[in-house]
Design a protein around this ligand. Structure first.
Ligand SMILES: [Zn+2]
Length: 517
């Protein structure tokens, strides 16, 4: 009831005395790894990642997002800045896993469309769509969402879409949207900025000040995720160029998306979208120029990353610590199992000292809880989800602590999440630890994206005191780990998100793409 009253206060009264344009916000946000055997149903959407988001609807969508640093927060802030009134519908995700089941897609898209249809008269729609959602029936499912929204609300309503940086942008969605932009940065520290930017473009459209035209250019390449760091060369100069371009008066947005190599679909690969104010020739010319810059980087994109054994050896002998190992094959943010053991096995085998690593293993957490704080722990850990992330590894040690798993990330980190919930988790002090040089294995009941050092700090692990930190990701964890790490090593570990495309059998991508083999 209280929520109803607040909803009325927020939207009802404002709607009665409506002078501001009414803009709906909504989205289905899924990064689909088509090589991942774990399909995505409705429960996986509801679960969210690491307790972040899940599915938010109506007033709750505004309440829970306003304080975050994500795209929805950007929509909210941008709307208030530019005199737009928001009508929240549903935002499902972010989630990242295997192909989305048709049933989940139909349910969520159906609800989004119903909520839009039942809204008071809308002046525009801001959609947050990841840009690489694949369902059983739709290889470009983001475009399918927009197509259905258009079918329900007509060709004339302005639709501005924000994609993640890892979007495989399709021609279809560029045709269906009024304007499309992506995050510029990876790690994604500008998720909120992109939302604000989209709201600004929407305000321009509904006030009749701008008339967007857009062009997409997709160079014939796979741009390896290993090179997706936009804060360093080779990609940084192109990102900078896109920012410079947006300062031109006629350019509304210029996006360089890195693409997502784990979706086996025709649109796989990087893309450039330039949105201009009623100047299609300029949009095309500038998109081609930035696309040409991406293509021109080919000679700098050779895949060079050590395997797990070499990476651990390099970390142990580095001389300055901590060294952060990016377990790229088990990139949770990219949809992997979160229980890969390739690096754990090497840490134990090579008797590394002073390391901290996280593994998602609900059975191991239960075993630690049964043993209790201070109790002995001895069981096979990890490698239990599928056959792509190594074998279970026997871990012996002592339960250092059991934690409720909640933590808050106050700073802007990749994706902008703030409130996190790992679930009740356990820290094992692994055999071979000394008081000065402990080895810590954090066991979580679900896979948690390593976007925040508070994940470790909240369970009594001080990252700067460790020698080796292992993060299950490729680029995204850098925003959290770079401030403390003496060195970061991306590891060519096996797994569903391995950085080496030669480990995968592609069947649906455009033929002859650079960087696939
Ligand atoms: Zn991303």
């Amino acid at each position: 009831m209280r929520l109803m009253i607040r909803l009325l206060l927020l939207f009802g009264i404002a709607a009665m005395a409506q002078t501001k344009p009414l803009i709906a916000i909504g989205g289905i946000v899924h990064e689909t790894n088509t090589f991942n055997p774990k399909k995505t149903g409705l429960p996986e959407f509801e679960m969210g990642i690491g307790g972040a988001d899940g599915i938010l609807r109506g007033a709750e969508l505004i309440e829970k997002s306003a304080k975050a640093n994500n795209t929805t927060a950007g929509f909210i802030y941008g709307a208030s800045m530019h005199g737009l009134q928001l009508y929240p519908t549903i935002i499902a995700g972010p989630q990242t896993l295997g192909t989305v089941l048709d049933s989940a897609f139909e349910t969520l898209t159906g609800e989004l469309v119903d909520r839009l249809r039942n809204a008071p008269k809308l002046d525009g729609i801001l959609l947050f769509l990841h840009g690489t959602m694949v369902t059983e029936s739709h290889p470009h499912a983001d475009a399918e969402v927009v197509r259905r929204v258009r079918m329900a609300l007509g060709d004339q309503i302005p639709i501005v879409v924000v994609h993640d940086f890892h979007a495989n942008i399709s021609e279809e969605i560029v045709k269906l949207t009024t304007a499309l932009l992506t995050y510029k940065e990876c790690p994604h520290l500008d998720a909120r900025d992109a939302g604000v930017h989209a709201a600004r473009i929407m305000a321009g459209i509904v006030s009749g000040k701008v008339k967007p035209t857009q062009a997409l250019v997709k160079p014939p390449m796979l741009f390896n995720i290993l090179y997706h760091n936009t804060y360093a060369p080779p990609l940084q100069p192109i990102t900078d160029e896109s920012k410079k371009l947006e300062k031109q008066p006629n350019v509304l947005a210029a996006s360089v998306a890195g693409g997502y190599q784990y979706a086996d679909i025709p649109a796989m690969g990087p893309g450039v979208v330039v949105v201009t104010d009623n100047d299609p020739a300029l949009a095309k010319r500038e998109a081609e120029r930035l696309g040409g810059m991406l293509w021109g980087l080919r000679s700098q994109l050779a895949l060079k990353a050590p395997g797990a054994a070499d990476a651990v050896r390099m970390a142990m002998t580095n001389g300055a610590w901590p060294v952060a190992l990016m377990d790229a094959g088990d990139n949770i943010g990219g949809g992997s199992a979160g229980d890969s053991t390739f690096i754990l096995a090497e840490l134990l085998k090579q008797k590394a000292e002073g390391w901290a690593m996280t593994i998602a293993d609900p059975a191991a957490v239960q075993s630690a809880i049964r043993a209790g704080v201070g109790g002995a722990f001895d069981m096979p850990v990890g490698g239990k989800t599928d056959n792509m992330h190594g074998d279970s590894v026997r871990v012996k040690g002592r339960v250092k602590g059991i934690y409720d798993g909640r933590f808050v990330e106050p700073a802007v980190r990749h994706g902008g999440g703030r409130y996190w919930d790992m679930g009740v988790s356990a820290v094992i002090e692994v055999e071979g630890s000394t008081p000065d040089m402990p080895n810590y294995l954090l066991l979580t009941p679900k896979r948690i994206i390593p976007f925040s050092l508070h994940q470790l700090i909240s369970v009594g692990i001080y990252p700067e005191r460790m020698k080796i930190l292992v993060a299950k990701g490729t680029i995204a964890p850098r925003a959290a780990y770079e401030p403390v790490a003496a060195k970061i090593i991306e590891v060519d570990s096996g797994g569903v998100t391995a950085v080496n495309p030669a480990r995968f059998a592609y069947r649906h991508i455009r033929p002859g793409l650079f960087g696939v083999n």
